[in-house]
Design a protein around this ligand. Structure first.
Ligand code: CTP
Ligand code: MG
Length: 385
């Protein structure tokens, strides 16, 4: 087994200006981008320690976040980063443990590097002093002056730099020393070594090891790890109560006995809401609209369903279809089934054909048969949007 003699530096102190938010904290499939990067580094057997550079003031939060996501095992230090990426790396390098031979710098914003890639780049650095993961250029590359083409470059000589970039520690330290204050303007570590004429070895990178830079990258990252669809199930039961209006499936049944509940007691819409919240991983109605909250007394469940659809959308889910079953001795659903479908579809913002309503009287059995109350069950399919 290889000797663990490398430290990995994760620069994670950026602002995410191009994405519009600090991407290192964003969760992909429940795991923050930076924790994915740290996990890949920790899984590499040559790696003895990890040092993270984060926004000043976030040190404790970052440590807790990495530990909570199984990425804390080899964490040696969390330090404050600097104004530029190279400043962040320099701060982290100063906190590297004594006794390590190699350093690999890896963007916290690259969640999908494999541990084997770390090994390959570290081994190349052990041999050559400096190495980086890079992808051979497959597109023809134009040089431009403004929007006019000023030439075509020979793509056989062009590689796109990724991270990890690895170095024998004195090689990187010397690169920083030579560059002095000018180091801040270098956008990767290999160029610090190149600038002094040092040899840097190219190691074939991984196409999936892309950096999350803009919204398209984030969508690509999400599509890679998150389910494209989710199913949800909801169940609700309400007792009959004389003197209350009967609202079911978003429509009123005049003259029918109503249902007991804190809101308008529309069991059908409640089952659909729970199904949507369940599929989106957002808990249940009680969590979102507590019956201890007076704002929801007598609430129109149609409005609540619209709010649930909005909250699901904010969590990245859209309703594809709904199948609703109402178990009730009364009111009679059949004659108003289509009206109910249309109303539910309207509340969900989907075509009526995506909503199905079924009814059963349960053959006179159970609490439904005894006309004590009714039950509604719903299944929904959600698409990630
Ligand atoms: N980084 C850093 N310190 C900085 C700037 C960047 O540690 N002062 C880190 C980022 O957190 C990221 C990596 O360097 O993990 C690559 O940088 P980039 O993709 O440019 O991220 P941001 O700087 O956050 O994004 P933007 O340039 O769009 O603001
Ligand atoms: Mg940046």
């Amino acid at each position: 087994m290889a000797h663990a003699d490398a430290v990995v530096i994760l620069p994670a102190a950026g602002k995410g200006t191009r994405l519009g938010q600090a991407k290192q904290y964003l969760e992909l499939g429940g795991v923050p981008v930076m924790a994915r990067a740290a996990r890949a580094a920790a899984a590499c057997q040559e790696v003895a320690a990890i040092v993270v550079a984060c926004p000043a003031g976030d040190e404790e939060k970052v440590r807790a976040l990495l530990e909570a996501h199984g990425a804390g095992a080899k964490l040696h230090a969390v330090v404050a980063g600097g104004a530029e990426r190279a400043d962040s790396v320099r701060n982290a390098l100063a906190a590297a443990p004594a006794g390590v031979e190699l350093v690999a710098v890896h963007d916290a914003a690259r969640p999908f590097a494999s541990p084997a890639l770390f090994t390959r780049v570290l081994e190349a650095a052990r041999t050559h002093g400096a190495a980086l993961a890079a992808i051979p250029c497959t597109d023809t590359v134009k040089k431009a002056e403004g929007t006019a083409v000023a030439g075509t470059l020979d793509r056989r000589t062009l590689w796109l730099a990724q991270t990890p970039q690895a170095f024998r520690i004195p090689v990187l330290r010397a690169g920083y020393e030579r560059a002095g204050n000018g180091a801040s303007s270098f956008t990767d570590e290999a160029s610090l070594v190149e600038a002094s004429g040092g040899r840097v070895e190219l190691v074939p990178g991984e196409k999936e090891n892309f950096k999350v830079t803009d919204a398209d990258d984030l969508a690509r990252a999400r599509a890679r790890v998150e389910l494209p669809a989710a199913v949800g199930f909801g169940l609700d039961v309400h007792a009959y109560e004389e003197g209350r209006r009967c609202i079911l499936g978003g429509i009123e049944f005049p003259g029918e006995v109503g249902l007991l509940g804190h809101s308008d007691a529309d069991a059908a819409l409640h089952a659909i809401m729970d199904a949507i919240l369940g599929g989106a991983g957002l808990g249940d109605i009680g969590l979102h609209f507590p019956d201890t909250d007076d704002r929801f007394r007598g609430a129109d469940s149609g409005r609540l369903l619209e709010e649930v659809v909005r909250r699901a959308a904010a969590a990245g889910f859209a309703v594809l279809n709904v199948d609703l079953t109402i178990a009730a001795a009364r009111p009679k659903i059949g004659p108003r089934r289509d009206e109910m479908r249309v109303r539910i579809a309207e509340l969900l913002g989907v075509p009526a054909a995506r909503v199905n309503v079924k009814a059963t009287t349960t053959e006179g059995l159970g609490f439904v048969g005894r006309k004590e109350g009714l039950a509604a069950q719903a299944v929904v399919l959600l698409a990630r949007c």
